[in-house]
Design a protein around this ligand. Structure first.
Ligand code: SF4
Length: 313
């Protein structure tokens, strides 16, 4: 069996920063730390922190007054920040800067009197956080059909934004429909789908033609991981999204000579290594690196932590 190991894959700069941030908080303050929702959408990562005592909560009201509360990489709405302030929590904001960029765009367009069309998935943490910035001004759409249902007239003052982890192709389809219906619609100068999402999708598109099967390491609730699996499915290949080697099924590999392995932006490299080792031992697989692009993006720790570091605290 031949394995192509896609690169770039796995952790992006925002996920790296959020996990480093939580590790640093545990080192400084001990594990009695609270995180608003999952720090990143990955079961392995969340389990690792849960085992050492970090608690993941659904609302600031679930956190004891005065405790430390970390905001996850997906960002939070102003309502959550307000609730945390009222509870006198010490907050540390590990929101990815590329998510913050979308929040700032939403605030700016709303302030300038635009109705904002947000392209994204209902219920996703990032979408909830972005919509919370200007709830009266934002309408969520997921599909071109949703665009057809929008109540705005052709001359309405409109702008669109997107979730950072969408399928590039699907978002383009929705944007095309928006621009057909509203030719004057505004949008940010630099697109919102982030570099990591785009690069991981591009790698699969470039490599999938060489293999029989696609394995994506990542959790089911990870938006960018699901989009990677969907690319495999749309090309007609078998494609599976798994958290780790325990989910591999022998029947997937019957008659399979070549496999593309990748990982979503929140999946750690250790789960990729475990899968590769299993395939080497079980099927005598050989692994080739398939690099479609180099990534050198990094983000600094949140300023609340840098201030403490600078003070030697
Ligand atoms: S996937 Fe993109 S937007 Fe999300 S945390 Fe990573 S770099 Fe940031």
């Amino acid at each position: 069996m031949r394995i192509l190991l896609a690169s770039p894959r796995g952790f992006c700069a925002g996920v790296n920063m959020a996990i480093d941030c939580l590790d640093e908080c545990v080192k400084r303050f001990g594990p009695n730390i609270y995180v608003y929702h999952e720090i990143v959408h990955n079961r392995y990562v969340v389990d690792r922190f849960t085992r050492i005592g970090v608690k993941f909560v659904d609302h600031p009201d679930d956190v004891p007054v005065g405790s430390i509360l970390l905001y996850s990489a997906h960002g939070v709405s102003p309502e959550i920040r307000k609730a945390a302030r009222e509870r006198k929590l010490q907050t540390i904001d590990a929101t990815c800067p590329l998510v913050t960029k979308v929040h700032l765009e939403a605030i700016k367009y709303a302030r300038d009197g635009y109705n904002i069309i947000l392209i994204g998935h209902e219920g996703h943490d990032e979408v909830i956080g972005t919509m919370g910035e200007a709830p009266e001004s934002i309408t969520l759409v997921e599909t071109p059909e949703d665009v057809d249902q929008l109540p705005f007239g052709p001359d309405a003052k409109l702008a669109y934004l997107t979730q950072t982890t969408l399928s590039v192709e699907e978002a383009a389809t929705v944007i095309r429909r928006l621009e057909e219906r509203y030719p004057g619609i505004e949008h940010p100068a630099k697109e919102d789908i982030c570099y990591a999402t785009t690069n991981r999708q591009d790698a699969i598109k470039a490599l999938i033609g060489q293999v029989d099967l696609l394995l994506v390491l990542g959790s089911q609730n990870s938006s960018n991981s699901r989009r990677l699996q969907e690319i495999g499915v749309t090309t007609g290949k078998a494609a599976y999204l798994i958290d780790g080697k325990a989910e591999l099924r022998p029947e997937w590999f019957e008659g399979v000579n070549s496999v593309l392995v990748t990982a979503g932006a929140s999946a750690p490299e250790v789960v990729v290594e475990e899968v590769l080792e299993h395939l080497r031992q079980t099927y005598g697989a050989t692994v080739e690196d398939a690099i479609t692009r180099e990534e050198h993006v990094t983000f600094p720790l949140p300023k609340e932590l840098r201030v403490l570091q600078a003070a030697g605290a």
